[in-house]
Design a protein around this ligand. Structure first.
Ligand SMILES: CC(C)(COP(=O)(O)OP(=O)(O)OC[C@H]1O[C@@H](n2cnc3c(N)ncnc32)[C@H](O)[C@@H]1OP(=O)(O)O)[C@@H](O)C(=O)NCCC(=O)NCCS
Length: 160
């Protein structure tokens, strides 16, 4: 299930953001004590931020937000998809299923808009997921000491 963050998700958000495994290709985790101090009682809510819930418990987060002007020119101003799942939920297809549902939601809210996705090319699981979701390569570039992959999902055109 996709839903907005609630107070009961706080511990899972902290676990997600403090996990070295989750952040292997994301520049490293945030310190646990800092997260315990700074995470609001109800994790921040905004349109495009989804908690992924399985059997009543948060297993991950999906983010759809506008790429800022600092991004690659091909991505600037476009909607950007991000995803983080707790390692115990990896490998069951939950990420593919829930990201596809979030993209369906997006297509309904902003029909005809493309979506971009940036990931390290060494992040094999993320690369496979991006391909499964219909993203195709725009470019590869070097940043943060690693090769980065920028993908684009073209707008879905309504069939007649
Ligand atoms: C990237 C991530 C969401 C993938 O989650 P997941 O639960 O493995 O994804 P799914 O089960 O939906 O699988 C998606 C595909 O990737 C494959 N895959 C996942 N991890 C893999 C790995 N380490 N090596 C090879 N393939 C992998 C799956 O087998 C599946 O492909 P298939 O159906 O063709 O077999 C998860 O590993 C994660 O949260 N990583 C940390 C955060 C992160 O790096 N996010 C990317 C930021 S852009």
């Amino acid at each position: 299930m996709l839903r907005e963050p609630e107070a009961r998700d706080r511990a899972a958000f902290i676990e997600l953001l403090a996990s070295p495994e989750v952040h292997t290709y994301l520049g490293g985790p945030r310190p646990l004590d800092e997260l315990e101090r700074e995470m609001p009682e109800v994790p921040e809510r905004w349109p495009g931020s989804f908690v992924v819930e399985l059997d009543g418990v948060m297993i991950g987060q999906i983010l759809l937000r506008r790429a800022s002007e600092q991004h690659r020119p091909a991505a600037a101003g476009k909607a950007d998809l991000g995803y983080l799942f707790l390692p115990r939920a990896w490998g069951f297809g939950y990420a593919a299923e829930s990201c596809a549902a979030a993209l369906d939601w997006f297509d309904g809210v902003l029909p005809g808009e493309p979506v971009v996705l940036a990931t390290q090319s060494a992040n094999v699981g993320s690369m496979r997921l991006a391909a499964k979701l219909g993203f195709t390569e725009v470019e590869r570039y070097h940043a943060w000491d690693a090769e980065q992959w920028l993908g684009l999902r073209s707008p879905v055109t309504p069939s007649s």
